[in-house]
Design a protein around this ligand. Structure first.
Ligand SMILES: [Zn+2]
Length: 326
């Protein structure tokens, strides 16, 4: 989910990247596990399966009126037709498929990366940038921002979406981004605390990984939710299983969600000094548990955020709707 050109190893997609610089990293699994117990609202995020799971869980929480408003807004997006081409409820399909749109445009030649020559404007898009820096926010040990705009963009997009007087096209553009970034905010490595590009420069070896023996730690975490082609009934069953295992968290605020992720990120590195670090069975099983908690938390919080941003009778509201407290 980390798409941060010109970073060397973006990993929003199924891992195909090559870890650049294996390094010894401190922190122990025990710390990760301790944080998982102590934090009031654990949650994590992801590859396409992770984003669809978060969106599916959110959709289940939304009432029919909220679903209708969201579906109407997504119908204004220029890529809406792609999202509803599959079988099933068109509103849910659009909502779930839109969750990966900010990652999908990485492979779309209509769009350009930071530092590249801008591609031609196209009807219906406020701009054609891929905005790789929107997916994460990194800080150093002193809390100084190292890069990324995840927190700022969740704020900005929320305000844009909540403004009933805003241009419909801009609000339709904002919605897939917000669906996506709420999930990203729950992936600990999207709120990194080291200068290792959110674990992209830490390589791990997982002897049980189905496709790659060595990959970046970030890619390994992004892949935890399941195969990226997860859709349909399998997606529904996976979402049901996660919801059965993990309770809904307190709402908190986007700032708190990212703070949780940052706390988790400090202890997310597998123990050891080898290069690559080896993923042991114990680390894998506990990481999956934590990932599940973060996915469920993201789904519930996304639903509540969207319901607050697009309440019934929005046309009667003024242009400065309240956001969740920071
Ligand atoms: Zn992302």
């Amino acid at each position: 989910m980390r798409c941060t050109p010109p970073r060397p190893a973006p990993t929003c997609l199924p891992p195909g990247d090559t870890p650049v610089s294996p390094r010894r990293v401190g922190g122990a699994l025990t710390l990760l596990l301790g944080l998982a117990v102590l934090l009031p609202a654990p949650a994590v995020a992801w590859n396409a399966a992770g984003h669809r799971l978060v969106a599916t869980i959110a959709w289940r929480q939304l009432d029919p009126d909220s679903r209708s408003r969201l579906a109407a807004l997504l119908a204004r997006h220029p890529d809406h037709g792609r999202w509803t081409a599959r079988a099933g409820d068109p509103g849910q399909s659009a909502f779930v498929e839109a969750s990966t749109w900010p990652d999908d445009i990485r492979r779309d030649p209509r769009f350009f990366d930071d530092g590249e020559t801008a591609t031609p404007s196209q009807s219906g898009y406020p701009d054609m940038a891929r905005h790789g820096a929107w997916h994460y926010v990194d800080e150093d040990a002193r809390g100084r921002r190292l890069g990324g705009e995840l927190d700022r963009q969740i704020d900005r997009l929320s305000r844009l979406l909540a403004d009933p007087r805003g241009a419909p096209g801009e609000r339709a553009y904002a919605l897939p981004w917000l669906i996506h970034l709420v999930a990203d905010a729950h992936q600990p490595l999207h709120a990194g605390v080291r200068d290792d590009e959110g674990g992209n420069r830490v390589s791990v070896h997982d002897p049980r990984h189905p496709r790659l023996s060595v990959m970046s730690l970030h890619a390994w975490w992004d892949d935890l939710p399941g195969p990226p082609w997860l859709r349909g009934q399998r997606l529904e069953r996976a979402a049901t299983a996660l919801e059965a295992d993990h309770p809904a968290p307190p709402m908190g605020s986007p700032t708190q969600w990212i703070r949780e992720s940052r706390q988790l990120a400090t202890g997310i590195y597998p123990p050891g000094e080898t290069s690559p670090l080896v993923i042991e069975d114990d680390y894998r099983s506990r990481a999956r548990q934590l990932a599940g908690e973060r996915l469920v938390a993201a789904g519930h919080r996304l639903a509540r955020l969207l319901a607050a941003l697009l309440p019934a009778g929005e046309s009667e509201r003024n242009a400065s709707p309240p956001l969740p407290a920071r």
